[in-house]
Design a protein around this ligand. Structure first.
Ligand SMILES: [Cu+2]
Length: 219
């Protein structure tokens, strides 16, 4: 157990090139670790440092299968490029048949210079999460630096399964097993659709509960 812990710290130190113990959050991570199935979701890929001390000049983000509308936020610092991915068969996208989707978002050519190697920076985007509750979505990405790259593309040896009773422990083990794990988020079942907006059943019950309490006080 001790050697395992030391090994985990070892790779983290190697990743940062410093001699303090740091959490796995020093890797590139998603700004949220859970999201709702079928909901359009704003998030960021948070980059915590450059590549072995080299300044950051961009990021490549691979859009996972099942996502049809990934889009970067407007960001005056970067040129944003989309690489399209052909679909095996056309899909209906808001009433229009499409046969390709965004497969990769690339932020590049910083307009006001590279980000210093010790920067923290959120590369912002949004995407509609697939209607696949309990799927663990990995966001493979590569930090681009003046010298070299940091590819956060390592996947778990065995796919993470939210129904596994050791899910949390296995997730942490994955995040600390290598210096460059692919960030992830868990898709949760949504209690209600995003649009049109409505109360959840619980919120609706709470509303009636409040009404009863007001009535009780009035009596
Ligand atoms: Cu790191």
């Amino acid at each position: 157990m001790i050697s395992k812990t030391l090994r985990a710290f070892g790779v983290l130190m190697a990743c940062l090139g410093v001699t303090v113990a740091v959490p796995a959050a020093a890797h590139n991570v998603a700004s949220i670790h859970e999201g709702l199935a079928g909901h359009s979701t704003a998030m960021a890929l948070n980059v915590n440092h450059g590549c072995k001390g080299s300044p950051i000049v961009g990021l490549r983000l691979q859009v996972p299968d099942g996502i049809t509308d990934a889009k970067a936020a407007y960001d005056p610092h970067w040129t944003i490029e989309y690489k399209m991915r052909k679909l095996s068969e056309p899909i209906d996208f808001h009433g229009r048949m499409i046969n390709e989707v965004v497969g990769e978002i690339i932020w590049k050519d910083p307009k006001n210079g590279s980000l210093p190697a010790n920067s923290w920076y959120p590369f912002k985007f949004r995407m509609t999460l697939p209607n696949e509750p309990n799927r663990v979505l990995h966001l493979k990405n590569i930090t681009l630096c003046e010298e070299g790259t940091d590819p956060y593309i390592d996947m778990p040896e065995v796919a993470l399964d939210v129904n596994d009773e050791d899910f949390a422990a296995k997730t942490w083990a994955f995040m600390t097993a290598t210096a460059t794990p692919a960030p992830f988020l868990v898709i949760r079942a949504a209690e209600k659709k995003q649009y049109p907006w409505e109360w959840t059943p619980a919120q609706a019950r709470g509303e009636r509960e409040g009404t009863r309490q007001r009535q009780a006080r009035a009596d």
